[in-house]
Design a protein around this ligand. Structure first.
Ligand SMILES: NC(=O)c1ccc[n+]([C@@H]2O[C@H](COP(=O)([O-])OP(=O)(O)OC[C@H]3O[C@@H](n4cnc5c(N)ncnc54)[C@H](OP(=O)(O)O)[C@@H]3O)[C@@H](O)[C@H]2O)c1
Length: 301
């Protein structure tokens, strides 16, 4: 038997449960792993709430990104072998907050030795998204990138990618994240009332790209500082971004391998700030659901 966190129906955290079930088997194009670490993302509770539709078969396993050791290989998969150390995106119907799970082979890569399992578990969703938001609209060295939500899982990595490209990065976050934002080489701008004035003071010539990881009124406040309204890119709030003339991140095939390489060479630190056991998975999900975590939260079964 193998333990997994599921939600039993769409709704709040009370729907979550740690259950025992047989270890899952990989279908064609999939690989099974013993999970060593799983990254927690806002999408986990958004799926549970039903914000992404109701097509999930219930009870639905939770968690979308994981690292671990290959235990079984599905038909047609040639790039992986038993005992390989990997990181990847969880296959539909499976969950990463588990002792065993199943990954999509086409969204899995070998885990480089230099990357810990905990860091590796943050790459398939958060890391790859950080790569995509910083490459979809191309900037040149010296241009200004503003990141709204710069101290969170995606934002922390996006800020570091921006510095690798020698962009001038402005990181908007709450005061408690000042040191963290500055440690990535970004200019810290405190969030909240008056944020637009503070951004304008830090970037008097305007902003070349706004990367929004928060949405809503926080996005409305800073979006006008973009020199070109179409250079507002969101992961968090498609409706508001489009209403303001901006766009939504498009996820690419190449991101997973590219960001894994950047992290392998020590240019980006995923910044795991909290680690929970599977028994405490509910606390890990609650921490991310608060909307104010720092860096990445992982679960280690
Ligand atoms: N479409 C995709 O493929 C995709 C992939 C990954 C993530 N996402 C989405 O992208 C968003 C960010 O994901 P994440 O993993 O980075 O989330 P996260 O780790 O929870 O970070 C969110 C950050 O937002 C900050 N924040 C909250 N209110 C703010 C405000 N008013 N001004 C500035 N910052 C504020 C919080 O920091 P403070 O405590 O400092 O406020 C927190 O650090 C989520 O909506 C997620 O669902 C989409």
């Amino acid at each position: 038997m193998s333990r997994v966190v599921v939600f039993n129906d769409f709704g709040g955290p009370e729907q979550q449960e740690l259950i025992d079930r047989p270890a899952p088997e990989p279908a064609a194009g999939q690989i099974a792993i013993r999970v060593v670490a799983a990254g927690v993302n806002p999408v986990d509770w958004k799926i549970r709430q039903g914000f992404l539709g109701h097509e999930w078969a219930l009870p639905a396993p939770m968690g979308r990104e994981a690292s671990g050791v290959v235990t079984a290989i599905g038909a047609g998969v040639e790039d992986f072998a038993i005992d390989d150390e990997v990181l990847g995106e969880v296959a539909p119907g499976h969950g990463a907050f588990a002792e065993h799970t199943v990954l999509r082979a086409d969204k899995t890569v070998a885990k480089p030795e230099e990357i810990s399992f905990a860091d590796a578990a943050t790459i398939p969703v958060a890391g790859a998204t950080a790569y995509d938001v910083t490459h979809q609209i191309e900037l040149e060295a010296g241009q200004t990138l503003l990141i709204l939500g710069a101290g969170g899982g995606v934002g922390r990595m996006a800020a570091q990618v921006g510095k690798v490209h020698k962009f001038t990065v402005l990181g908007v976050a709450s005061k408690s994240k000042k040191d963290l934002v500055e440690s990535s080489g970004a200019i810290f701008v405190e969030s909240g009332e008056g944020v637009a004035d503070r951004v304008a003071a830090a970037a008097p010539d305007g902003v070349d790209l706004v990367v929004d990881l928060v949405g809503g009124d926080a996005l409305r406040a800073v979006a006008p500082l973009a020199k070109d309204p179409s250079h507002v890119l969101t992961t968090a709030d498609p409706d508001t971004a489009r209403e303001l003339g901006g766009a939504v991140v498009e996820r690419t095939e190449e991101a997973l391998e590219k960001i894994t390489g950047v992290i392998q060479y020590g240019l980006v630190d995923p910044t795991v700030t909290a680690r929970y056991s599977l028994d405490d998975a509910q606390q890990a999900i609650a921490a991310v659901e608060s909307g104010h975590t720092t860096g990445k939260v992982v679960i280690e079964p």
